[in-house]
Design a protein. Structure first.
Length: 351
């Protein structure tokens, strides 16, 4: 009796674990400042995420029905033919070589697998063969340890960690086509509500596209383990109505103002090796290793979503980046508290 209880308990636990796995599939941690909370693949707001969800619901339904039939028959057999007091202990009659049954359990699974292959390959082909319309936005996303470089070659814009795209509304399709590259190790670009995952692989270019229809901010995450700060390699996709997107493009295309209200901070910045890693367009800072800072203050977060882009966040980051993101490539510049305040004041002029 004890043994049977254990077995039942184990089965229940196993089932609960499997259910948790299914429910958790596609969730990423809430991103700083994202009031929407957790995001899920079962709540798509863009092509191709919608198509992928439709397919997975069909596959889940087919697999769920198979599970229900098999588990139902199993439970029926266990209950109906259980050992009863007074039963003889001899073996029941054994059935061998039933052609009908064997044909049925060979052909039926074959048909099911065939249907699954057909619908899956049609969805894959639909997504991969999409050609960019002339209105499409082209962007290049480059994975770094541990941040995202985002370039719009046709628009002359370079930014980081926050991908801005137009929404496809009634005025015609405005998909965004992404070229995915890596500067170091393999990463994976994943914004669950917009699309499936696609890897960023060194010395290779992968392609993907998104076509969100609803303006908003969509959080995502690097989905390929890429080192200690993999979990803090967050991404945000900001979807704008088309006219607002045009305004954003216009703002980003401007060079940074060279006359600033924080001349001391500017001096500290340009006297240190900050300029070897960061670009500020319109100045002598032309470094390429770190994020482009030309319009730093247009971003909501710092360090790929690890901190809010506020005066406090900036102060903490400039003072010692390792306190926020251990192992990141930006060193502690050993600035005095006064210098940190001055640099932060200068950075805040980069609107
Ligand atoms: Cu980049 Cu994980």
């Amino acid at each position: 009796m004890r043994l049977r209880h254990h077995k039942i308990l184990r089965a229940v636990l196993l089932f609960a674990f499997a259910l948790t796995c299914v429910v958790c599939a596609g969730h990423v941690e809430p991103v700083l400042g994202n009031t929407d909370g957790v995001t899920s693949i079962f709540r798509p707001l863009s092509q191709p995420a919608q198509q992928i969800k439709d397919l997975s619901v069909l596959v889940l339904a087919i697999c769920g029905s198979i599970f229900a039939v098999v588990a139902g028959l199993l439970v029926y057999a266990i209950v109906r033919f259980r050992h009863r007091a007074g039963d003889e202990l001899s073996e029941p009659p054994q059935v061998y070589g039933s052609n009908q049954i064997e044909l049925a359990w060979t052909i039926l699974p074959l048909l099911i697998v065939f249907v699954l292959i057909l619908v899956t390959s049609r969805t894959i082909a639909d997504i991969q063969n999409r050609k960019p319309p002339p209105t499409a936005v082209q962007a290049t996303v480059i994975g770094h340890q541990w941040w995202w470089e985002i370039r719009y070659p046709e628009l002359g814009i370079v930014t980081a960690n926050e991908l801005h795209v137009p929404a496809s509304d009634g005025r015609g399709p405005r998909p965004t086509f992404l070229k995915l590259q890596s500067a170091d190790v393999a990463h994976s670009f994943w914004v669950p509500e917009l699309s499936g995952k696609t890897d960023l692989i060194p010395n290779r270019e992968n392609l993907m596209w998104i076509e969100p229809t609803k303006p908003g901010t969509y959080p995502g995450n690097c989905a390929e383990y890429c080192g200690t700060q993999h979990a803090r390699m967050l991404i945000r996709v900001v979807v704008h109505p088309p006219d607002e997107f045009a305004r954003w493009v216009n703002e980003q295309q401007q060079s940074a103002a060279t006359e600033t209200s924080a001349p001391e901070g500017r001096k500290v910045f340009f006297a240190n090796s900050c300029v070897n890693c960061h670009t500020i367009r319109g100045t002598s800072a032309q470094g390429k290793f770190g994020p482009d800072l030309t319009h730093l203050m247009s971003r909501e977060t710092l360090a790929s979503g690890a901190a809010l882009n506020s005066a406090d966040g900036l102060r903490l980051w400039v003072h010692d980046p390792q306190k926020i993101k251990v192992g990141c490539l930006m060193p502690n510049m050993q600035l005095t508290d006064n210098e940190v305040d001055q640099v932060v004041a200068y950075l805040q002029t980069l609107k």
